[in-house]
Design a protein around this ligand. Structure first.
Ligand code: NAD
Length: 364
């Protein structure tokens, strides 16, 4: 699954140069503080291996300082490759000892969804700032506990919403906010892919919390929220399953519709059984704009009723990490805070409730 999913996300354009946006966060008066912040990666699976570790090497303000893994083989291979000494390598059981590791400022949690809450809370208690992959957790109750733990320890919490730092998405937010295409009335958005290995954790409800919706549908949901700048008030959803054995525990395909306070209606879909759905389009009084592909690691493109908009590509994980480092330095909350993660989970819970109740439901 990881290879096919990765290939799918890594769509794209030959010749796209991935590079971190250059910006002087700590120049001038802050130069003395310009120590790179140490990041401990928890979970050395596909995302950590193929995206985050390479991105970390390109960041301006972060560095890989420690690893947390259950595999002695990975511990040695990563330690050797990235020059991480035995004192900065942790098993899951010994994770709490990271409290005494001054080389670590940020714990980046890249584990199956059900483990996000536990490790966020343990990291906060160890006195570390937390960057946690999406979806934030398996329930809004867990999200609230994560937010409370970080608040109690006065640590920052951010969720791995890489698209919110990506220039094409930022440009679309700007088009929406400036009403360049007039007042928005409708958004169509969707993200799906064909999932492989039937034994993987993404198909186990206890570990994943849900299926396509939790994993990739969340990108379409996020896009609707950040394009409107509003929270959905009600949703109606429908689930379809073509393979009830493979998808016995989690959703295979869901379509849903959300109503926003300004009257915008968003129609969204997500699936674990087909490739090529990776887009959004927003319609205003004067025209439309959208992205296709929209949520890939690179090669995302904007098209509008007035033509294409070409923008630089960036390393989304590197940018996200540097932005979080900037928040820590400047002691201000991240744009993709725990509250932001919670809002998505509340909407996702409403979507599952609507499927269960076969009716329109309010988002709490
Ligand atoms: P993966 O399966 O490749 O890696 C998961 C890691 O967790 C592995 O190292 C595995 O050994 C470890 N692990 C520890 N306990 C485990 C358990 N009980 N069961 C299974 N694995 C266990 O997954 P991934 O694709 O790296 O995804 C990890 C997280 O990152 C997920 O929350 C996922 O939603 C998120 N993710 C985000 C993006 C993004 O673009 N932001 C992309 C992919 C994945």
């Amino acid at each position: 699954m990881n290879a096919s999913r990765r290939e799918f996300l890594t769509t794209v354009s030959a010749g796209v140069a991935a590079g971190i946006t250059q910006g002087g966060f700590f120049s001038g008066a802050h130069a003395a503080e310009d120590r790179k912040l140490g990041v401990a990666l928890v979970g050395l699976g596909s995302l950590s291996t193929h995206q985050i570790a390479p991105a970390l090497a390109k960041t301006q303000h972060c560095r890989l300082a420690a690893i947390v893994t259950g595999s002695p083989e990975k511990e040695k291979a990563w330690g050797d490759k990235y020059g991480i000494g035995p004192d900065h390598r942790y098993s899951y059981e010994a994770f709490d000892k990271i409290a005494g590791d001054d080389s670590v400022d940020i714990v980046y949690i890249v584990l199956p969804n059900s483990m996000h809450a536990e490790y966020t809370i343990r990291a906060a208690k160890a006195g570390k700032h937390v960057l946690c992959e999406k979806p934030m957790a398996n329930s809004s109750a867990e999200c609230n506990a994560m937010i409370a733990a970080c608040q109690q320890m006065n640590r920052l919490l951010a969720i791995g919403y890489r698209c919110q730092f990506e220039p094409h998405h930022l440009k679309c937010m700007e088009i929406a906010r400036s009403q360049e295409m007039g007042k928005l009335s409708r958004i169509d958005a969707g993200f799906g892919f064909t999932i492989g290995d039937p034994k993987q954790w993404r198909l186990r409800h206890q570990l994943a919390g849900g299926g396509a919706l939790m994993d990739v549908g969340i990108y379409a949901l996020q896009a609707c929220r950040y394009l409107t700048g509003e929270e959905p008030v009600s949703v109606i959803a429908q689930e379809t399953k073509t393979d009830p054995i493979k998808f016995a525990e989690v959703d295979e395909s869901i379509t849903w519709s959300m109503k926003f306070p300004s009257g915008v209606i968003a129609t969204c879909s997500t699936s674990y059984n087909f490739n090529g759905l990776n887009r959004f389009r927003a319609y205003g009084e004067k025209g439309w704009f959208g992205m296709d592909p929209a949520y890939s690691y690179e090669g995302n493109r904007i098209e509008t009723s007035n033509g294409k908009i070409e923008l630089a590509q960036v390393d989304q994980f590197g940018t996200e990490l540097d932005e979080f480092a900037k928040c820590i330095r400047e002691n201000r909350p991240s744009r993709v805070s725990g509250q932001e993660g919670l809002k998505d989970i509340l909407a996702i819970e409403a979507i599952y409730r609507s499927i269960q109740q076969r009716s329109l439901v309010s988002v709490s």
